[in-house]
Design a protein. Structure first.
Length: 175
């Protein structure tokens, strides 16, 4: 071990961690406090909004699933606080979709919700992100557009949605 000019010990060898890796993340308590601040709407109002949006999504999902002969068991809202993905599909045919923005707590745009729904419906046929999956997803999305469920387009003052094929956007990042 070497000594610096003040007599203190220094380590001249390689470091195990870079200084930026030693920063502490937010604690669970801090995350909960942030979620509490974000959710400005009364709980009953949020529940009513969620229920209305979910009923519409369920009707659209049922219609699209039967049109493509997909085995959709259930469509549920994702639990509050889940931010790793917009939607998730399980092998038993259950789909869960996040209805609200992770930071603002506002409902996601309907076009984003329908896009996510189509993405997850495609997973009922292809449980991966292969070219066959992408082609099938695009067929479902086009059918949703034809039926008037999917109406994308920028809204003034709101950012465009990210691609569901970007690994960082659909929760498929390797850890």
């Amino acid at each position: 071990m070497r000594r610096n000019e003040r007599g203190g010990a220094t380590c001249g060898g390689p470091r195990l961690f870079a200084p930026q890796e030693l920063r502490l993340g937010r604690t669970g308590r801090a995350l909960l406090a942030e979620l509490a601040r974000v959710r400005a709407l009364p709980r009953a109002t949020r529940a009513d909004e969620d229920r209305t949006v979910l009923e519409r999504l369920r009707a659209q999902a049922s219609d699209l699933a039967s049109s493509f002969r997909l085995r959709l068991a259930r469509l549920d809202p994702e639990r509050y606080g889940v931010v790793a993905h917009y939607g998730i599909c399980y092998e038993d045919g259950t789909i869960r979709i996040r209805l609200r923005h992770a930071k603002t707590g506002r409902l996601l745009k309907e076009s984003s919700l329908v896009d996510t729904l189509c993405h997850e419906l495609a997973h009922l046929e292809h449980f991966d992100h292969s070219p066959r999956f992408k082609n099938f997803y695009l067929r479902i999305l086009e059918e949703a557009r034809r039926r008037g469920y999917y109406r994308p387009g920028p809204e003034p003052g709101r950012p465009r949605q990210a691609s569901l094929f970007d690994a960082a956007d659909c929760g498929t990042r390797s850890r």
